[in-house]
Design a binder for this molecule. Structure first.
Ligand code: ZN
Length: 92
């Protein structure tokens, strides 16, 4: 779930912006945030959740992302590729 303001944050059960991001361990501090919808109620900076995307697909017109460790596909508005790292084996 995407959280962009105090009202959404409080409704999601996150009482304070001093709670720490599950990924980078820094205080949440600013929006947007992503709340995983599993039982842990883990919260991430949106940029940190994006770091954890391992796959993207389109099903029935909807873009979905697989986030490492979350165990299912999540609907996303859009996908942009900002960085591509290719590691090629080096011949010895
Ligand atoms: Zn973070």
């Amino acid at each position: 779930m995407l959280i962009v303001n105090d009202e959404q944050r409080l409704r999601a059960g996150i009482g304070s912006m001093s709670k720490r991001c599950q990924y980078c361990s820094k205080a949440l501090a600013a929006y947007p945030l992503i709340l995983s919808d599993d039982a842990r109620l883990a919260v991430y900076h949106a940029a940190c959740a994006a770091e954890l995307v391992v796959a993207v697909r389109k099903r029935k017109g909807q873009i979905q992302a697989m986030i490492f460790g979350w165990g299912r596909w999540y609907p996303v508005e859009s996908v942009s590729i900002e960085r591509l790292v290719v590691v090629a084996p080096v011949a010895s």
